[in-house]
Write a protein that binds this ligand. Structure first.
Ligand code: NAD
Length: 287
């Protein structure tokens, strides 16, 4: 099956659709023929994307919803099933970054990362999965982990922790759907982007005391990699194609992310302590 055969129609709900990877996934889903439900806290961004997609002849609706709010996500799921019918694709994509030493990290910034990146994914699963499993139409759930879900990076500990959590959660969910007997029509997949052009580093939290310079140097280093990062529409095409091939790990840059997976496996196998790396973390030539 190719992506157009699998995702050429039906409803796609995408959180964090107002920018970056989410907007790319929404644009590609729309091009394939899906009705897109654009979910974000940024009302203006999803209204503009809705207008763009409709102008191209597609069906799109925008829903302002904060994924940190379990009741709001439940209301969203119930509303989508009532008004638009079964969801074919749910993408739990909304996510935020955080820079700085862990001990300098403001408590509210730590909570923001946990609430959006981890709880937001859980809320999406809790609200949509029961609907998907109760029906008999094919459905896909994609959760956004990251290359950071298999790497360890100082000065981004909160974010890295959240992406490891999403990867583990998604792997467990994949097994739970099988154990509960729904794997015939509900498909769970983990998305691991490498470097994709987006607003995530600009909108990331920092620190307001302690070593602010270390936090902002790390932000600057990450902003630096943007120049060689992948276009979100290209990333979306790769992810949809891999999903259609039935892969579990959907990886925008297989060489780059794959090398982090290999390194993680090596460290765990050899029981070595993580090593502080000083070289540049992203080489677009390898992507
Ligand atoms: N860009 C990359 O290179 C990269 C790499 C690996 C993983 N990721 C992951 O991809 C996902 C998307 O990131 P991006 O880089 O496109 O970021 P982005 O900042 O460009 O877009 C994120 C979107 O999520 C929205 N959002 C934030 N908090 C929200 C909330 N509480 N409820 C609803 N929407 C909310 C924002 O308004 C924004 O529109 C994240 O989970 C991120 O961790 C990105």
């Amino acid at each position: 099956m190719n992506a157009r055969q699998l995702f050429g129609g039906g409803v796609a709900v995408i959180t964090g659709a107002g920018a970056g990877i989410g907007a790319g996934l929404a644009r590609h889903a729309s091009r394939l023929g899906m009705t897109t439900v654009l979910v974000d806290v940024d009302a203006a961004a999803i209204a503009a994307l809705r207008d763009e997609l409709r102008a191209a002849g597609a069906s799109a609706v925008d829903k302002v919803c904060d994924v940190r709010d379990a009741e709001a996500v439940q209301a969203l799921a119930d509303e989508v099933y009532r008004d638009l019918g079964p969801v074919r694709l749910l993408v739990n994509n909304a996510g935020v970054e955080q820079f700085g030493y862990l001990w300098d990290t403001p408590v509210e910034n730590w909570r923001r990362v946990v609430d959006v990146n981890i709880n937001g994914v859980f809320h999406g699963i809790r609200a949509f999965l029961p609907h998907m499993m109760a029906g008999d139409t094919p459905a896909w759930v994609w959760n956004l982990s990251s290359i950071g879900g298999v790497a360890v990076v100082p000065l981004q500990a909160a974010y890295i922790m959240s992406k490891h959590a999403v990867l583990a959660l998604t792997e467990c969910l994949h097994l739970e759907v099988q154990a509960a007997g729904h794997a015939d029509h509900v498909h769970v997949q983990a998305v691991l982007p490498g470097a994709v052009v987006s607003n995530i580093f600009e909108s990331a939290g920092g620190v307001d005391g302690g070593d602010t310079s270390a936090a902002e140097t790390q932000r600057a280093a990450m902003l630096d990699i943007k120049a060689g990062a992948m276009d979100p529409l290209v990333a979306a095409e790769v992810v949809f194609d891999q999903a259609a091939q039935g892969r579990f790990y959907l990886i925008t840059q297989p060489d780059y992310v794959g090398s982090a997976m290999t390194e993680r496996a090596r460290v765990l196998t050899t029981h070595e302590a993580p090593r502080l790396r000083t070289e540049r973390r992203f080489d677009p030539a390898q992507s």
